[in-house]
Design a protein around this ligand. Structure first.
Ligand SMILES: *[C@@H]1O[C@H](CO)[C@@H](O)[C@H](O)[C@H]1NC(C)=O
Ligand SMILES: *[C@@H]1O[C@H](CO)[C@@H](O)[C@H](O)[C@H]1NC(C)=O
Ligand SMILES: *[C@@H]1O[C@H](CO)[C@@H](O)[C@H](O)[C@H]1NC(C)=O
Ligand SMILES: *[C@@H]1O[C@H](CO)[C@@H](O)[C@H](O)[C@H]1NC(C)=O
Length: 520
């Protein structure tokens, strides 16, 4: 048992040699838009989101701001697609987001050079952080209609594309062939759909992803528009990538997402998102719907919810604060990804209180915030990251034990993921939600600490808890012994609890292992 936990501790801090799904499970991800996160010289140019223009963020800019990301406790970043996009102004502005591919064999010069990207990757790995890169294989973007296919590399023949038929409303639910072979976009900006049934194209893509991962030492791949490519395209692509793959399958039903968890490592947890967002958008949201959908996904996804990417915001959805400004609702919602089975993802700017609505308003420049670290939501995120690491450090099985819902009402949830018990509510600021959890699984009369508010609670004689919340805030209870120093002063970065002799031994062992491997 001791040997096992020492080994686990060693694996948790092992240097970034490869990013398997198992390696990613212990991580937390900061998603950023490369163009909007940081400029290379630290300047703060005006960035009107409505203009849909490049604002000046680069890979070098990201490299200079890794302290900010790591300071919140994140050990991984997800950046925008890196390949060259169509240039100039289209009907929907410039390709600052990186999703409008023109040439998969060249980098987007607005984001920097190959050396800059290599340097970002290297600087991340020095910090034992992982790099996730976004990729699009379903389509390229066409500034003209009909498209001029000669502008693309390497797919420059009309025959390498499906015929131009846009996916119509009902097709989305009735006709999966249309979803896979039809075109996204519209006549103002068609997204020309690549013929991913063609074996030559399949082979080009598999060689490409393999080279991309190797050239830039990428640890994980986020894949765009996965449901728009036939399912049996994906296993070989994922294998060629050789690292963790998480796909965007935009749908609100666990049963629609489930088959995709069998062809790539996992999916972004959109079915849960579509219940979480409304649950916390107002005090009349329905939190029991979250439990309902998560349990369905736990049953239907190939690894349950363990490898999903769990999120509240992203670049395609309105920010939570465009729906509510109630900070207790926001803090409850932000806690969700950190208390469930999947890999937590925070979309840049949520920690600064950004409130942009739909695309393009939700793509603000982070430099407008001054990267302040004293804001309440930044402090909240730090606590959530520290709490998750402390929980895993106290009980390595934390990551592998499926979350259980002990209370699920429209206004309260009690989520058990030992040693953590998360008490969430959407009753709002000023309210005093009540959670009665008779079988919470703690020891009789055990001393517990709420790592969010840092108050103390005592379990009853049966290991249950009965807690009244303060001002609508969430509580994350853990035995005081497991919480380590999450609540003892300033040391909330990473896991204070894991800075124990076991952790130090782990670092030494990991170093020995990596030195040994570097001689192979
Ligand atoms: C890589 O990034 C680091 C951190 O910003 C910087 O100090 C270093 O000069 C960069 N190296 C190269 C080769 O650009
Ligand atoms: C589904 O879409 C495909 C491709 O657009 C089309 O050929 C086919 O006729 C459609 N099937 C039905 C039942 O509408
Ligand atoms: C990877 O690097 C090789 C060698 O420099 C280059 O030929 C190839 O185009 C690169 N591929 C990608 C996808 O970056
Ligand atoms: C809340 O969600 C649950 C579970 O999905 C559902 O049974 C219930 O009807 C919903 N309640 C309201 C008020 O919408």
């Amino acid at each position: 048992m001791l040997a096992t936990s020492l080994l686990t501790a060693a694996l948790l801090v092992a240097p970034a040699l490869a990013g398997s799904a198992g390696d990613w499970r212990t991580r937390t991800i900061y998603q950023l838009l490369t163009d909007r996160f940081a400029t290379p010289d630290g300047s703060s140019p005006t960035c009107n989101t409505g203009d849909r223009k490049y604002c000046g963020g680069t890979w070098k800019g990201i490299t200079t701001k890794l302290d900010y990301i790591q300071g919140m406790g994140f050990d991984s970043i997800w950046i925008s697609p890196v390949v060259a996009n169509v240039e100039g102004k289209t009907a929907y502005g410039e390709a600052f987001h990186g999703y409008w591919t023109q040439n998969i064999d060249a980098l987007n010069p607005h984001f920097g050079t190959a050396d800059d990207l290599v340097n970002l990757s290297r600087e991340l790995h020095k910090r034992n952080m992982y790099l996730m890169v976004d990729v699009v294989v379903n389509h390229v973007a066409a500034p003209t209609n009909p498209p001029d296919f000669s502008i693309y590399t390497p797919f420059n023949q009309a025959s390498q594309f499906h015929p131009e038929v846009f996916i119509q409303g009902d097709d989305y639910t009735n006709n999966q062939t249309a979803v896979e072979q039809g075109w996204l976009g519209d006549t103002n900006l068609p997204l020309a759909d690549i013929n991913t049934e063609d074996p030559n194209i399949v082979s080009i893509y598999n060689n490409w992803i393999s080279a991309l991962v190797k050239n830039y030492t990428i640890d994980g791949i986020r894949i765009d528009t996965v449901k728009h490519v036939r399912q049996d395209f994906w296993p070989d692509f994922a294998k060629a990538a050789g690292v963790y793959t998480v796909g965007e399958v935009l749908d609100d039903k666990p049963s629609y997402l489930a088959p995709y968890t069998k062809v790539i490592d996992s999916v972004l947890d959109y079915s849960t998102y579509f219940k979480v967002f409304p649950a916390f958008s107002s005090t009349s949201g329905n939190m029991s719907a979250i439990a309902d959908f998560v349990q369905q996904a736990q049953g239907e996804f190939s690894n349950g919810e363990f490898f999903v990417g769990s999120f509240i915001e992203n670049h395609d959805q309105p920010r939570l604060q465009s729906a509510t400004k109630d900070q207790s609702l926001v803090m409850n919602a932000m806690a969700w990804p950190f208390v469930q089975d999947g890999i937590p993802i925070l979309y840049y700017g949520q920690e600064q209180g950004f409130a942009g609505g739909n695309d393009p308003d939700n793509r603000e420049a982070l430099w407008s915030s001054g990267y302040a670290t004293d804001k309440p939501l930044v402090q909240h995120v730090k606590k959530l990251n520290a709490a998750r690491r402390a929980a895993a450090s106290a009980l390595p099985e934390f990551y592998a034990n499926a979350a259980k819902f002990l209370v699920a009402t429209p206004n309260t949830l009690a989520v058990s993921k030992p040693p953590m018990l998360a008490l969430l509510s959407n009753s709002g600021s000023g309210s005093s939600p009540q959670w009665d959890v008779p079988n919470a699984g703690f020891k009789a009369n055990e001393e517990l600490v709420d790592v969010v508010g840092c108050g103390k609670v005592k379990a009853d004689g049966n290991g249950g808890v009965s807690v009244k919340g303060n001002n609508g805030m969430p509580q994350i209870l853990m035995p005081s012994s497991a919480a380590g120093s999450v609540c003892s002063g300033s040391g909330t970065q990473g896991s204070s609890a894991s800075r124990s002799p076991v952790h130090v031994f782990g670092v030494v062992l990991a170093t020995v292992v990596s030195v040994a491997m570097s001689f192979l």
